[in-house]
Write a new protein. Structure first.
Length: 141
């Protein structure tokens, strides 16, 4: 299992009339978590798309809104990879408020596409190699 953690502050323009983070903005938090996780693993999106010609379209999102996030609140975005990616990658997102309460969770599934052909491909070897130590039993890192 691999877990990545980053922070994001709720901006005024992201809130609704109640002062809550607008529900449609949560997928952007998943994206922030996903991008930072891949960067930590040495595979930033710019490298995947520009050099490796691989993109990651979203297949599905399953979200659960537990409590609201508020304007100017610093959120913790936890992105968890529970299974080694193959032709698909399933990311579990957990969003915590400043009191460290779980306020939102989601499951985001994406797949790997070869940009020149538009066909599905397996996860890049660079990604699976970087993740191998976290999926061995017992974990090496």
């Amino acid at each position: 299992m691999y877990t990545s953690v980053c922070k994001k502050r709720v901006r005024y323009g992201e809130t609704d009339k109640m002062g809550y983070l607008y529900y449609g903005n949560y997928p952007q938090l998943y994206e922030i978590g996903r991008v930072e996780m891949l960067r930590e693993l040495g595979l930033p999106y710019v490298k995947m798309e520009d050099e490796m010609k691989i993109m990651l379209p979203v297949l599905s999102v399953e979200a659960k809104y537990l409590k609201p996030a508020y304007y100017d609140e610093e959120l913790t975005i936890k992105t968890i990879l529970k299974e080694m990616p193959s032709k698909m990658i399933a990311l579990h997102a957990e969003i915590f408020n400043e009191q460290e309460e779980l306020i939102h969770k989601a499951l985001v599934k994406l797949f790997f596409i070869d940009m020149p052909t538009g066909k599905r491909v397996s996860a890049p070897k660079e990604l699976t190699t970087a993740l191998e130590p976290y999926f061995k039993f017992p974990p090496q890192k």
